[in-house]
Design a protein around this ligand. Structure first.
Ligand SMILES: NC(=O)c1ccc[n+]([C@@H]2O[C@H](COP(=O)([O-])OP(=O)(O)OC[C@H]3O[C@@H](n4cnc5c(N)ncnc54)[C@H](O)[C@@H]3O)[C@@H](O)[C@H]2O)c1
Length: 549
C-alpha cells in the first residue's frame, strides 16, 4: 500500500480524498440528508465501518416500523485511511466491505444502498452535525509488548478518544451517542463523558451529553447478521434520559421482542459484562491447552473426550481449542479490564491471575503446531528447515475472512524462523495484511514479526486460492482452520494432488479416524493438536501392512 491510494482486497486502487472532495461531499450529503429528514427519518451515523460497524449499519438501515417502512437514514462514517478508505467506496456501490459466509450480509447492504437508498458511507466527519443517533464502532486496541506476557502491554485509546472529540465537536446537543466499541471498563463515564462535557461547554451547550453503552456480540461467519439483529443485548446509559433513548433505539432496530434487552444500571456494568464474557471464553479455551498436550502424550483423542463430556448439559460449552484463539476480541479484552483497573479506576494492587494466564496460553498455542510439524517431517526423514509447508486457512475461525490474531499467523512465523518455505490457501482471504504490510500492520512497530527471526521474506507471501495448485509438491499440509472446503477433503485426492505422501497436521479435530487411517495407509505421517490416538492408528496400519507381506 502506498501513501496516496487505498487498495481494496480485490486490488482496486482508490485515491484518497482531497480537500475539495470534502467540500463537495458535504454539499451533496447535506442536500440528501435534508430530504431524508423531511420524510421524518432519523439520521443515524455509524462511526467506523469495519467488521462490526458495516453490518450494524446495514441492520439499522434495514429495520422498519410496524407498517414495514424504513424510519432511519444511515450514514457509515469511516476515516479515509490508506487501510480503510476503500470500504467507503465499496459500500456506496452496494457491496459489503466485509466478506463472510452469511449471504445476508451482502443482501442487506445491497438492498439498503441500492433499493431502499437509506444507507451510504462517507469520509466527511461533518455529517455528524445532522445525527440524531451516533453509533461508535471504532476499534480500541490492547497493544502487547511481548509474546505470551499480557502484563507488559497497554490500551491504545488514541482512535477512540479522538472520535469522542470529533463527535462532541459536531453533534447536536440532543443526539444520543451509543458506544458499541469494547472498551476498558470506566471509559464511558470517566473518559468519554468528561471529554464530551468539556467540548459541549466550549460550544456553550449547557446540557449533558447523552451517552450510552451497549456491546456487540457479533460472530462473523454463517450467522453474521443474526448475531447482531436476532441476539440478546446488554445496555446502559449515563443517566435516565440516555438509558431511555438507548432502549428506544435498540428496540427499534433489533429483534428485541424475541431477544429482550438486559438494561444495567451504569455503563461500567455493561462494559464489565463484555470484558468478563470474553475473558470467560478465553479462559475455558486456554484451560484445554494443557489437556490437549496431556492427550497427545498419552494416546488420548481430545475430540472424543470433549464429545463425551458435552453430553452432560452443565458442560455443553466446553470447546476444542484450535491452533490459537484469535479474532480481534478474545486476545485483548481481558487486557482492557486489567488496564482499566489500574489506569482508569486507580487501583495499585494486582488482582488478576487467571485472565492473563489464559490469554498468554492462547497467544502462544500456535507454536506447538510448528513442533508437531517438525516431528512429523522428521519421522518421514525430512527436515523442517528445508520443507515446503502448506497452511490451509489463514483466518482466525471457520468461514470468515478475518485474519486478526489467527493461530495460523504464529504457525507461519515460527516455521519460517525454523527455515521452512510457506504457502497458504484460504478461500475467504485475498490479502494477509499481517505479512504483506508487516512494517505497518496492525500498526507500526506492533507486528508479531518482531518476536521471530527471518521474517523479512514473508512480505512476499501470497495467498493462493487454487487448492489443486497449492497442494502440488507440499512436504507438509497443516489443517489450521475448519473452513467448509477442508472438512470433506478425501485423503486419496489430497495425496494425489500433492503427488507424494506428506506430513498431515490436524489443528482442529478436522480428520476423523477413517481419514487418519487412510493417510497412514497412503504413506503419510499424521499428527494433530490433542490427537494422541494417532499413534495407535499408525501402529495398526503398520501391523496390517506387515500381515499382508
Ligand atoms: N469483530 C468482532 O467479531 C467483534 C465482536 C464483538 C465486538 N467487537 C468490538 O467492536 C469494535 C469494532 O471492531 P471491528 O472488528 O469492527 O474493528 P475494525 O478495525 O474492523 O473496524 C473499525 C473501523 O473504524 C474505523 N475508524 C477508526 N477510528 C475512526 C474514526 N475516528 N472515525 C471513523 N472511523 C474510524 C477504522 O478505520 C475501521 O474501519 C471493537 O471494540 C471490537 O472489540 C468486535
Amino acid at each position: 500500500m502506498n501513501e496516496k491510494y487505498s487498495i481494496s482486497p480485490d486490488g482496486e486502487k482508490f485515491p484518497l480524498p482531497t480537500k475539495e472532495d470534502y467540500e463537495t461531499e458535504l454539499e451533496n450529503l447535506s442536500k440528501l440528508i435534508k430530504k431524508e429528514q423531511a420524510k421524518g427519518r432519523e439520521i443515524v451515523v455509524v462511526v467506523g465501518i469495519g467488521f462490526v460497524g458495516a453490518v450494524m449499519a446495514g441492520v439499522v438501515a434495514d429495520s422498519t416500523d410496524k407498517t414495514g417502512k424504513p424510519t432511519k437514514f444511515v450514514i457509515g462514517m469511516q476515516r479515509p485511511s490508506v487501510r480503510s478508505f476503500w470500504k467507503i467506496k465499496l459500500l456506496n456501490r452496494g457491496l459489503s466491505p466485509v466478506k463472510a459466509e452469511d449471504p445476508e450480509v451482502d443482501i442487506i447492504i445491497n438492498r439498503c444502498v441500492l433499493e431502499k437508498k437509506n444507507l451510504i458511507a462517507t469520509f466527511n466527519e461533518d455529517v455528524l452535525k445532522f445525527a440524531d443517533v451516533v453509533v461508535v464502532d471504532v476499534q480500541c486496541d490492547y497493544l502487547k509488548e511481548s509474546l505470551g506476557d499480557l502484563s507488559t502491554g497497554g490500551v491504545d485509546m488514541a482512535a477512540l478518544e479522538k472520535s469522542f472529540y470529533t463527535i462532541a465537536e459536531r453533534i447536536p446537543a440532543e443526539a444520543l451517542v451509543l458506544i458499541e466499541t469494547t472498551v476498558a471498563p470506566g471509559t464511558t463515564e470517566q473518559i468519554a463523558y468528561p471529554i464530551m462535557k468539556k467540548v459541549f461547554e466550549r460550544r456553550k451547550i449547557k446540557k449533558d451529553p447523552l451517552l450510552a453503552h451497549s456491546y456487540e456480540r457479533v460472530m462473523p461467519g454463517r450467522n453474521y447478521v443474526a448475531s447482531i439483529r436476532d441476539f440478546w443485548r446488554v445496555c446502559s446509559g449515563i443517566n435516565e434520559k440516555s438509558k431511555k433513548r438507548v432502549v428506544k433505539f435498540l428496540s427499534a432496530v433489533l429483534n428485541t421482542k424475541d431477544y429482550p434487552l438486559t438494561v444495567l444500571d451504569r455503563p461500567i456494568e455493561s462494559e464489565t459484562a463484555k470484558i468478563v464474557e470474553n475473558s470467560y471464553r478465553a479462559t475455558i479455551l486456554a484451560f484445554l491447552d494443557e489437556w490437549s498436550l496431556f492427550a497427545e502424550r498419552n494416546g488420548v483423542d481430545l475430540t472424543k473426550v470433549i464429545k463425551a463430556i458435552k453430553v452432560r448439559p452443565t458442560h455443553s460449552n466446553i470447546i476444542f481449542p484450535g491452533p490459537g484463539i484469535g479474532g480481534y476480541c478474545l486476545p485483548k479484552d481481558g487486557g482492557l479490564g486489567m488496564w482499566a483497573y489500574k489506569h482508569i479506576l486507580g487501583w495499585e494492587d494486582n488482582i488478576f491471575k487467571i485472565t492473563p494466564v489464559a490469554i498468554n496460553i492462547n497467544d502462544t498455542r500456535g507454536l506447538h503446531v510448528a513442533q508437531l510439524t517438525r516431528d512429523a517431517l522428521r519421522n518421514m526423514g525430512l527436515s523442517v528447515a528445508s520443507a515446503e509447508i502448506l497452511i490451509l486457512g489463514a483466518s482466525y475461525r471457520e468461514d470468515v475472512g478475518d485474519t486478526r490474531y489467527s493461530g495460523s499467523e504464529i504457525i507461519v512465523r515460527r516455521l519460517t524462523e525454523m527455515g521452512s518455505e510457506i504457502r497458504v490457501h484460504d478461500p475467504y482471504v485475498q490479502h494477509w495484511w499481517e505479512f504483506e504490510v508487516q512494517d505497518s500492520y496492525p500498526s507500526t512497530g506492533y507486528s508479531l514479526s518482531r518476536f521471530f527471526r527471518n521474517q523479512e521474506k514473508l512480505k512476499n507471501m501470497c495467498i493462493n486460492q487454487n487448492l489443486n495448485e497449492v497442494l502440488k509438491g507440499a512436504d507438509a499440509v497443516i489443517f489450521a482452520v475448519r473452513h467448509k472446503q477442508y472438512l470433506n477433503l478425501n485423503p486419496d485426492d489430497v495425496v494425489k494432488k500433492i503427488g507424494k505422501p506428506a506430513a498431515i497436521i490436524d489443528c482442529f479435530g478436522i480428520l476423523d479416524d477413517e481419514k487418519i487411517r487412510r493417510y497412514f495407509e497412503l504413506g503419510c505421517e499424521v499428527k494433530g493438536l490433542g490427537r494422541g490416538h494417532v499413534n495407535r492408528i499408525k501402529k495398526s496400519v503398520a501391523k496390517a501392512k506387515e500381515k499382508k507381506k
